[in-house]
Write a protein that binds this ligand. Structure first.
Ligand code: ZN
Ligand code: ZN
Length: 383
């Protein structure tokens, strides 16, 4: 995984907006081209075949495709980590499963036994994506949150077997215990025996004579489950945390899917965030700007004092080093930038107006260098 991975759409030779049908058909074409049976001993073809299968496994799964479209390889790469949690899962059942699904029926048993043997193979459970809204402070400092999922879990009545108490496994009447249903099919590649997994027994060849009443024999029930999530300090909008094995249960003894918690952060009343830096607009008064002042500046944690000099201009930005947000996977903190705005007083009474007028008259042009420069330039322009 050290080398840069190719774009999955590029591997299949399709564009990003391709439909599931187009993805499937592109995969079929490429998989036929590079299939090991057609390229015996060709290592390049073998590598391409794996690449094609990997691309298909991601793009054919709407959840994985969405993550890939949003986050690129990092969103589906089992080696990419995040906040210590790490992305789980990866390529679950492996490419043979997909190949089995897609070609199994077409090539029957003749294709390395894909169709028959893989049907009952362990399958990874579905991944779950859950959005979680947190406060600005929780994103900055980290938090422990509980999320409630209505999740498929093994039935507690039958322990996931789907069988009622005292029920027995009997030969499936639909497939006579073979686990397969055969029919003949015409395809663009010729006529093939179509072998399909028996839908009644799921390919096991056996069914339960009395199904569990609670789960109707499926072995799983939907249940409210509370899961605790550690939010690391420094997450931002669209950060996501993966919890391996917290997705839906696997089939035939396969591993559980994973849970992806996608973060959205509420805005703050005062602060804006840019990466790990914070920005604050702070209105000050005319006398504070003119005379200088000891300002009380809020940070996310506490109030600190900051001295502005005489003659501070509106729009001046000062920086409080290290008063921003902790960076993810680092002990470094961003900075707090404070931009000073000047508020002109309104609703003045007669006495105040008189005082300001007197002040204005007493200030000579040298007190206003920008104003003087501007009026001088205007005068020259219209001379
Ligand atoms: Zn049950
Ligand atoms: Zn059957």
């Amino acid at each position: 995984m050290a080398e840069k991975k190719r774009d999955y759409y590029e591997i299949l030779g399709i564009s990003k907006g391709a439909s599931q049908d187009e993805i499937k058909s592109a995969f079929r074409k490429k998989a036929m081209e590079y299939h090991p049976d057609r390229n015996p001993g060709d290592k390049t073809a073998e590598a391409k075949f794996k690449e094609v299968n990997e691309a298909y496994e991601v793009l054919s799964d709407p959840q994985k495709k969405e993550r890939y479209d949003r986050f690129g390889h990092a969103g589906v790469d089992p080696n990419a980590g995040f906040g210590g949690a790490g992305f789980g899962g990866g390529f679950g059942g492996g490419f043979e499963d997909i190949f089995g699904d897609l070609f199994g029926s077409m090539f029957g048993g003749g294709f390395g036994g894909f169709s028959q043997s893989r049907r009952n193979a362990p399958q990874k459970g579905a991944d779950i994506q859950k959005n979680l809204r947190i406060t600005f402070e929780e994103a900055a400092f980290g938090a422990k949150k509980n999320i409630v999922l209505n999740k498929l879990t093994p039935c507690d009545e039958c322990g996931g077997t789907g069988a009622a108490k005292g029920a027995a496994k009997v030969t499936c009447p639909n497939c006579d215990g073979t686990g397969e249903v055969r029919s003949t099919q015409r395809t663009p590649f010729g006529q093939f025996t179509n072998i399909q997994t028996c839908s009644k027994c799921g390919g096991t060849g056996q069914v339960i004579d009395i199904p569990c009443s609670k789960c109707s024999g499926s072995g799983t029930i939907r249940k409210k489950v509370t899961i605790s999530v550690d939010i690391p300090a420094g997450v931002d909008n669209d950060s996501f945390i993966s919890l391996k094995g917290q997705g839906e249960p696997g089939k035939n003894g396969g591993p559980n899917g994973d849970l992806y918690v996608v973060i959205s952060v509420e805005p703050h009343k005062l602060f804006k965030r840019k990466g790990s830096d914070l920005w604050l607009e702070m209105p000050i008064t005319f006398d504070q700007a003119a005379l200088g002042a000891e300002l009380i500046v809020p940070t996310l944690k506490e109030k600190v004092s900051y001295k502005i000099p005489e003659g501070t201009q509106p729009g001046t930005v000062f920086r409080l080093k290290g008063k921003g947000i902790k960076q993810l996977k680092s002990t470094r903190h961003g900075d707090l930038y404070v931009k000073v705005t000047l508020e002109v007083p309104t609703k003045l009474n007669g006495k105040q107006k008189k005082l300001i007028k007197e002040l204005g008259e007493s200030l000579d042009k040298s007190s206003y260098t920008k104003h003087k420069g501007f009026t001088d330039t205007v005068r020259e322009l219209f001379k």
